[in-house]
Design a protein. Structure first.
Length: 289
């Protein structure tokens, strides 16, 4: 067997296709790698409480969640970096004053107003009406987040915010207004005519959480590979010995990774694991269209 490795996998657009389907080869890759003595961790922007059961059921050694605000290894909590209450209040004031829809994540749940959930559903219906079932894989879940009421959120437990804007420059404006303290990246929801983004504290990223996990396990960066398809994966690519972009990632994001694999629909995780010796087998070639 090759030296043990550790893999960090994004969920949406990497494990999950359209928030619904998981390629059988992805399940085989993850379980096969773990059986061979490698470690496999989730590395997602989702709250731990919003990870689909069918994903968790595959079996993992731990998880980085909320874009790096939380990380677990087995039953141990390695990172728990919630936002300060006054930082959450600043975000809420900004979004409400700008007329920007948003929801908040704790590690346990997503919190959104009914208006946000209704708007999200309407946006997704409009997108699906315009595009139908796309030929290319999409990175975002095609469903509204299952959310609790925004009024019920404990402001001392917020880990991350997500916002939805009808203007194409919503993310840019948020970065200009809030970038002094917050880490803001474009999200991957396919909103027609608009844009969306994810907000964490500066210095809190998937990459920072991975570094903490590696230190906790006594592993170095060279042993790690990170696979993803979204802008919140950039820091993961930077800290892992090998950063791998999915075939369905944007070309600009692929240029920031060390290499690319095939898409989520085309056995991307399996092919990356084979290439790097985490599982034995053959690279699966996409069928000609």
């Amino acid at each position: 067997m090759t030296s043990p490795r550790i893999a960090f996998l994004d969920i949406d657009g990497t494990i999950l296709d359209h928030g619904k389907a998981i390629a059988p080869s992805t399940v085989a890759a993850i379980r096969g790698a773990r059986a061979a003595g490698h470690l496999v961790y989730l590395c997602t922007g989702r709250a731990a409480g919003a990870i689909p059961g069918e994903v968790s059921a595959i079996g993992f050694d731990g998880a980085v969640t909320n874009g790096g605000a939380y990380a677990t290894s087995g039953e141990e909590t390695v990172v728990a970096a919630t936002m300060p209450r006054e930082a959450v209040q600043r975000l809420m004031t900004y979004f409400e004053g700008s007329g920007i829809l948003f929801f908040l994540q704790t590690d346990a749940a997503v919190h959104a107003s009914p208006q946000v959930q209704d708007k999200f559903n309407a946006m997704m219906r409009r997108w699906e009406s315009d595009h139908g079932e796309p030929d290319e894989s999409q990175t975002a879940p095609q469903e509204a987040p299952r959310a609790q009421g925004l009024a019920e959120v404990d402001l001392d437990r917020v880990a991350k915010a997500v916002f939805l804007g009808e203007s194409v420059d919503t993310v840019t404006r948020a970065q200009e207004e809030l970038g002094d303290r917050f880490h803001i990246v474009p999200g991957s929801m396919p909103l027609p005519g608009g844009s969306n983004g994810e907000v964490g504290m500066r210095g809190t990223t998937k990459g920072s959480a991975i570094e903490s996990v590696l230190e906790h396990l006594g592993l170095d960066r060279a042993s790690a590979i990170g696979i993803g398809d979204s802008w919140n994966d950039v820091e993961m690519f930077q800290v892992c010995g090998r950063g791998i972009a999915m075939g369905n990632a944007a070309p600009e994001l692929k240029s920031l990774a060390d290499e690319s694999t095939t898409s989520v629909r085309e056995d991307g995780v399996w092919n990356a694991f084979v290439r790097h010796g985490l599982v034995a087998g053959e690279v699966l070639i996409p069928a000609a269209s």
